[in-house]
Ligand binder design. Structure first.
Ligand SMILES: Cc1cc2nc3c(=O)[nH]c(=O)nc-3n(C[C@H](O)[C@H](O)[C@H](O)COP(=O)(O)OP(=O)(O)OC[C@H]3O[C@@H](n4cnc5c(N)ncnc54)[C@H](O)[C@@H]3O)c2cc1C
Length: 325
């Protein structure tokens, strides 16, 4: 059986390790950070498992590969909240809601009363919305820790340093741009708010011409607000412009957010190839698994499965290119 060493313990690396262990492999994992944390893009994610909504801007394959992500995460111990996604737009941006409806499937159109039946605190605030009932979300930080802990139970621990043995699976995310020249960063900024006065129970997307915003409840009055999409891999702190835009949108959704405490302002670079689709790439004794873009938690299970299939059977994965310069 192929011996493999995974570089990187973000969502890509830990998902591949999990899938390999399920097939009887004993991979090693090396990550200088030693544990999941704020150094990794995966730490900043919203944790939306929303393939139907993503189809508004993503290629159809994202929907196909992402559809069973919630089941995979749940099957691997993560707590998955299956309460669907509510998509709303301020009255002046109604055309955006119509466009979103045209570009997506499986949603139900809601009037104001139906919105309030789902989220009572939004009573009277939005005349129309869309509901994607089958979508889900998870807390990405808890999910990463669950994968890490379950691997540790199998004596697969994250080594902070070491020399890879066997096939190297490079899952360094944007850190791999030294070797993957067509990898770019798409910067995402986010906020975490504490606001016990607000009670929203599901992911809400607010359509907006500049920053489409989403709010993901994390329980106990904590909300993740995201996210900007900027064509740069630059690592710098959240700008005032982005923070103001995101906070404005949160306030427009629910005025109760005016009293929120800002717990965190964070940003990172989503690793993306030019077509924004993930890739496995074989170069010599290294297999690169990268390009999760804004679909880390949504697509990591499918990419992990492809990686494990490849190691187990030699079957060439759907998203594989070899010796690309
Ligand atoms: C604001 C924001 C919101 C997002 N929301 C969502 C969402 O709701 N749903 C969703 O599915 N996706 C979301 N994403 C996208 C998702 O976060 C990324 O696609 C994903 O995190 C990429 O994971 P990764 O494992 O490839 O990279 P990373 O998470 O960056 O992990 C790379 C790891 O490699 C390690 N590393 C670096 N150098 C080395 C080395 N030399 N040797 C070994 N290890 C090394 C790093 O320490 C790190 O742990 C969001 C992203 C952002 C920024």
């Amino acid at each position: 059986m192929t011996q493999a060493t995974i570089l990187g313990a973000g969502v890509m690396g830990l998902s591949i390790a999990t899938e390999l262990v399920a097939r009887g492999f004993r991979p090693r994992i090396i990550d200088p950070a030693g544990k999941p944390g704020a150094h990794a893009c995966s730490w900043r994610a919203g944790g939306m498992l929303a393939p139907w909504c993503e189809a508004e801007s993503a290629e159809p394959v994202v929907l196909r590969l992402g559809q069973d992500a919630a089941d995979w995460w749940q099957g691997n111990g993560a707590e998955v909240t299956r309460r669907g996604t509510l998509v709303l737009a301020p009255a002046r941006d109604r055309a955006d809601l119509d466009r979103f409806a045209r570009m997506t499937q499986t949603h139900r159109s809601l009037d104001g009363d139906e919105i309030a039946a789902l989220e009572p605190e939004l009573q009277g605030r939005f005349p129309r919305g869309l509901f994607f009932e089958t979508e889900a979300h998870l807390n990405p930080r808890a999910a990463l820790q669950t994968l890490r802990d379950r691997l540790a139970e199998q004596d697969i621990v994250i080594e902070p340093e070491g020399t890879p043995t066997g096939l190297t699976i490079d899952a360094r995310g944007y850190g791999a741009r030294d070797e993957l020249k067509d990898l770019r960063g798409v910067r995402g900024e986010m906020l975490v708010l504490r606001c016990p006065e607000v009670n929203l129970t599901r992911t809400v997307r607010m359509l907006h011409p500049r920053i489409p915003l989403y709010i993901v409840p994390r329980g106990e009055g904590i909300y993740m607000i995201g996210a900007t999409m900027l064509e740069t891999g630059g690592k710098y702190r959240v700008t005032v412009r982005s923070a103001v835009e995101m906070l404005n949108a949160a306030y427009a959704l629910h005025p109760g957010f005016a009293e929120a405490e800002i717990l965190e302002l964070g940003s990172d670079a989503r690793p993306a190839f030019p077509d924004n689709l993930p890739r496995l790439r074989r170069r010599g004794n290294t297999l690169y698994a990268n390009g999760l873009y804004r679909h880390g938690y949504l697509l990591a299970p499918a990419v992990a499965r492809m990686t494990a299939d490849y190691l187990q059977t030699g079957q060439k994965p759907e998203f594989m290119d070899e010796d690309h310069p």
